[in-house]
Design a protein around this ligand. Structure first.
Ligand code: CP
Length: 316
């Protein structure tokens, strides 16, 4: 049962619990009216200390479609944080007004801290360069929908693998699925952190390799996960400018790719996927954004307590 639970990082939910969420999201996609009123009378607080389009709006759309309501802020300047209020006091206060909190914060570990002070479930919508677990649920649902299964896949992660929290979360989650191989494609300065490689992949016996050349490996991939270079995490603008266009996926670079490969991107995109690639049937990033709303509907309904019918469905 997910009722009342926090979601701070992948690993908080078991594979079985995630599988139930995917099934519920698929049911909602098939019948958008399913669970329509399951959150009537419930309030979701969205506390965004960093910019967002997809995560905040898909959570709010999800809650509204479930019959609930939303409150919150989209930038910290409009909350009492601007007057110096601590995160702990903010969370304690919001716990009095809402039934669940979705929070994005630039500090790694902020969501975990919030969960320790909250009286209600906290969902991490991104904590610095650390984790973004609901993007991972979105990514896994998209893979499952477009590839039929999550397993026996070669997944290439390309771009800013150092600061890209969606990469860290997805690599961690995928390491729990069978026969996953990973290829990390980045400039040397933006390699995936050692804690992911030694602390997760090597521990789980996951086959992985690193390269700085997309063209060398694109033909081996089942999933290509493109990411933008995370300007906001750089200490030095010159480094960002030097690295920002390290990879630009275009039609020519796609030529050696498999016909069945899917291109994912958590978005926002800056320059790393040329607009001409959007016409390629393998470009799946806008479908991915839509799946983000369905999985967040499934997640909110489950965390806030789904009605009996849905609970029965989820047990199937
Ligand atoms: N994927 C993602 O987190 O997008 P936003 O920053 O727009 O929420």
């Amino acid at each position: 049962m997910l009722t009342g639970r926090h979601l701070i990082e992948p690993g908080n939910f078991t594979l079985d619990e995630m599988d139930r969420l995917f099934k519920l999201a698929e049911q909602i996609e098939e019948d958008p009216a399913y669970l329509r009123d399951s959150c009537r009378g419930k309030v979701l607080a969205t506390l965004f200390f960093e910019p967002s389009t997809r995560t905040r709006l898909s959570f709010e759309a999800a809650m509204l479609r479930l019959g609930g309501s939303c409150l919150g802020f989209a930038e910290p300047g409009s909350s009492s944080v601007a007057k110096g209020e601590s995160l702990a006091d903010t969370i304690r206060t919001v716990s009095c007004y809402a039934d669940a909190i979705v929070m994005r914060n630039p500090k790694e570990g902020a969501a975990l801290l919030a969960s320790r002070y909250a009286e209600i479930p906290v969902i991490n919508a991104g904590d610095g360069g650390h984790h973004h677990p609901t993007q991972t649920l979105t990514d896994l649902l998209t893979i499952r929908q477009l590839r039929g299964d999550i397993g026996n896949l070669t997944v290439g992660f390309c771009g800013d693998l150092k600061f890209g929290r969606t990469v860290h979360s997805l690599a961690k989650a995928l390491s729990c699925y069978p026969h996953i191989r990973m290829v990390f494609i980045s400039p040397p300065e933006l390699k995936v952190p050692a804690y992911i490689k030694t602390g997760i992949l090597e521990k789980e016996g996951i086959e992985y390799r690193e390269t700085d050349t997309l063209e060398k490996v694109i033909g081996d991939l089942d999933v290509l996960y493109m990411t933008r270079v995370q300007r906001e995490r750089f200490f030095n603008e010159e480094d960002y400018i030097r690295l920002k266009d390290s990879y630009i996926l275009n039609r020519e670079k796609m030529e050696p790719a498999r016909k069945t490969m899917i291109i994912l991107h958590p978005l926002p995109r800056v320059n790393e996927i040329a607009l001409e690639v959007d016409q390629d049937p393998r470009a799946s990033y806008f479908k991915q954004a839509k799946y983000g709303m369905y999985i967040r509907m499934a997640l909110l309904a489950s965390i806030l307590g789904v009605p009996d019918g849905a609970a029965l469905y989820m047990q199937k």
